[in-house]
Design a protein around this ligand. Sequence first.
Ligand code: ADP
Ligand code: MG
Length: 475
Amino acid sequence: MTYRPTIGLEVHAELKTRTKMFCNSANDPDEMRPNINTCPVCMAHPGTLPVINQEAVKHVLRIGTAIKGKIADFSEFDRKSYFYPDIPKGYQISQYEHPLVMGGELSGVSITRVHLEEDTARSIHANGKSLVDFNRAGIPLMELVTEPVLHDAETAGRFARELQLLLRTLGASEANLEKGEMRIEANISVSTDDKKFGTKVEVKNINSFRSVERAIAFEIDRQVALIESGGKVAQETRGWDEAKQITFHQRFKEGSADYRYFPEPDLPKLFISEIPEFSPEKLKASLPELPWERRARYESLGVRKEYADILVQPENKFINNLFENIIKNASGDSALISLAANYIVSDIVGLMQDTSVESKISDAEKFYQAFFTLMQMTKEEKVSSRGAKDVLAKMYREGGDPEMIAKEHNLLQMHDTDTLLTAVRGVLKEEIKAVEEYRAGKEAALQYLIGKSMKATKGAGNPAILKDLIIKELA
Ligand code: ADP
Ligand code: MG
């Protein structure tokens, strides 16, 4: 039997706002002291009233605009009732019938909806005790749901990474999986019938993109094996055990009826289409260049796809600006641009990640210009590609001007033919055997002679020029 897997993702992300979703308590995911950012509203004291956070609504509408979803004309919040210690009101304010965004597409995956809700408190179970930290209670939470249109783990992983990139590019969320700022739930089913889905299982507690892929792959295998051995897949919620790399049963799923959804009476309805700030034009104009647009721009300038993927990551402003400055000054010279992309990804990123290396860059603008100059020197072969790496590392560690550094460390390639010719003649006089071999038609002998000549110029000779000189001398 062949089984076709189907996957749909539900992704939650904590939104970056000054205050919580329905009150004035600070939204600070980095607050380590428990129960600091709380107030009577997010602690659910009787008689308090929620107020909608406009910043959070705007984040979701911008996300919706970026994925070309339909922004709701009318939207409202609903109460989703369930009982748990981390949900102080006994219900979560969420959205059910009228989400802020319907439809859309990201990374080739159809989106069902994007809505806004509030996060729960954090439960901590330790030393036989259960503790609750309400700092997180009421933080604005986006939920994005995909259609069941994914069919393999890698594509699901790619989608999740692209969504993280979008959230970061929009400044909507830090979206770190390890910190729980972005949480991915995967719904997985398998079926032997192309026109019918199998029973789906929902997998939670996935803490990394790699685990997204592994959990999905594991679950596909588990379900297939279960059916093959005559069993039936139960509709359940399973957890991902990171240590054992398996999914395990958590609970059987509630139907939506159990949540007793109804419109939140304490909040006003949202007539989005009547709010000028949320007009489609205004929202569109508020978007920065989107990751896939930027990627396409870089690739059209000659940047390799693997490099473009790294250069579009928005969390490293220094790298972004460094590369944009090259583009600005290179006036379309794709050789120079791809050369710079190469040095940024393979050298600068490495230097920045190396904690033993301290950067001496005090003036970023100055470094951007120095880097541009170094790339020009490299392209014009004033320094070798090896030499450029050394110059770059020195610029990064000690600051300074690339021409000065190259001169000081003898890294400038010599183009001065007279000096080079003297060196070549010296080598040819010494290397009688290699010269004979060359004359006998041995290609390797030429390489050998170029190497010797390089050495004679202490690495400063331009190999292309040396080669020409040797050939001419021996002609
Ligand atoms: P529920 O009401 O159980 O939450 P939804 O219809 O809201 O189910 O779907 C939740 C998620 O599950 C969506 O991402 C959807 O694409 C996905 N999904 C629905 N049916 C299946 C299925 N048979 N196999 C895999 N994923 C599915
Ligand atoms: Mg659902």
